[in-house]
Ligand binder design. Structure first.
Ligand SMILES: [Zn+2]
Ligand SMILES: [Zn+2]
Length: 398
């Protein structure tokens, strides 16, 4: 039997060996949701499993305490293939984005790839924990701080309602707006007050006006996070959180300038001051076709039906975009819920702990492992992935 056949057979066996452990872990994380950048127990679970299965684990990467890297193979040797994990949940709705499945699919992929490759692990296999995808931009920070330097491929998956190897994603920016007014008795001396909440309300109204004159692909949405202290006090402080999204990082910056003008105009009209906290910009996504097809080959062998990609329509944003602009990366989707179930909904949270969710997670774990193994066994695939990276741009909706 060839080494290659042995490796792939061993990967299949390894997944069978760890499937109960992966399912249990994903259900544990689902029942114990942690918010962006506070995923301490998830990190303990994942790094514990990596260490128990022979990975050398670094907990905390750069400035991020809940990022981690598990290493196998020869330190610094090429190729360096990374399998990525996410594990943050959402406020109120828990694992409504299914990151518990992303975590255990990535974990299982890394464990099975290492077990399958054995001595044939010619480079370095990285199991990378990326925190705070929901708003905090963990991967953006990791890219900025050099965590992906020297890495040749980054692979992960996201649960969804379709099975797509490639998909576009809008760029996005998180903005916090802080309005500072002047408190006064709201009935006794309102003329002495300057109403910060009014400025925030006017900002929402002006953004709704702006919506008529922005590209269809753009999105602006926000919430009030502080609307004052009591109805009998003129609000001296109001705060809103917004997301501004457009096709590309540049288009997002342009749209943000227009949103900013809305807030500044509203603040001026209300006689209050406004400050902005500008979060990380999530980039548009460049899907590496060489890696996507490699992953897809193995995914279809697990019995998953891969649909033709649809590069139009509403999408979210992800910080994998920033990774995908600096090295070959994939972020395929595998359906765990029927079409029509919204991401970030309670229904999707249910799907993320369903039997179908577990089945998809295990299929992905195995496919990630086979794909990673091929990249070590066939260095020309890594070259092809880089060639594709150099010669193609981001996937923008048509
Ligand atoms: Zn999400
Ligand atoms: Zn997500």
């Amino acid at each position: 039997m060839s080494t290659e056949t042995q490796v792939h057979n061993r990967i299949h066996e390894a997944i069978a060996d760890i499937r109960d452990e992966l399912v249990a872990l994903s259900l544990e994380m689902h029942a114990d949701p942690e918010l962006a950048m506070s995923e301490h127990r998830a990190v303990q679970r994942l790094t514990g499993a990596l260490a128990a299965h022979g990975f050398e684990v670094q907990s905390g990467v750069g400035s991020l305490p809940t990022a981690f890297i598990g290493r196998a193979g020869m330190r610094g040797a090429k190729p360096r293939i990374a399998i990525l994990m996410e594990y943050d949940a959402l406020p109120g709705v828990g694992h409504a984005c299914g990151h518990n499945l992303i975590a255990t699919a990535g974990l299982g992929g890394a464990l099975a790839a290492r077990a399958g490759l054995g001595d044939a692990l010619s480079g370095e296999l990285l199991a990378v924990g990326t925190p705070g995808e929901e708003g905090a931009g963990g991967k953006v920070i990791m890219v900025e701080e050099g965590a992906f330097e020297g890495v040749d491929a980054a692979m992960m998956f996201h649960p969804g309602t379709h099975t797509w190897l490639v998909r576009h994603a809008t760029a996005s920016m998180h903005i916090t707006m802080k309005f500072y007014g002047k408190a006064a008795h709201a009935a006794g001396s309102p003329e002495q007050g300057r109403n910060a909440l009014n400025a925030l309300i006017h900002t929402f109204v002006m953004i709704d006006g702006l919506r008529q004159h922005m590209p269809e692909t753009a999105r602006i949405h926000g919430i009030v996070t502080n609307g004052g202290a009591a109805p009998n006090i003129v609000p001296e402080y109001a705060e809103g959180a917004f997301l501004v999204r457009a096709l590309t990082q540049d288009a997002t910056q342009d749209l943000w300038q227009r949103v900013k003008a809305c807030a500044e105009g509203a603040a001026a009209a209300s006689g209050v001051r406004v400050e902005f906290e500008v979060g990380k910009t999530y980039a548009e996504r460049k899907n590496n076709r060489v890696l996507a097809n490699l992953f897809g080959k193995y995914l279809s062998e697990t019995g998953e039906t891969i649909e033709e990609p649809v590069l139009r329509g509403g999408t979210g944003s992800s910080d994998i975009g920033n990774v995908s602009l600096v090295l070959p990366a994939i972020h395929p989707y595998v359906a765990i819920a029927p079409d029509g179930v919204a991401g970030h909904s309670r229904e999707f949270a249910e799907a993320s702990r369903s039997e179908r969710g577990q089945e998809a997670m295990l299929h992905v774990a195995e496919s990630l492992a086979h794909a990673a193994a091929d990249l070590f066994l066939h260095p020309e695939l890594v070259e092809q992935a880089w060639e594709s990276f150099r010669t193609t741009g981001a996937d923008l909706p048509r």
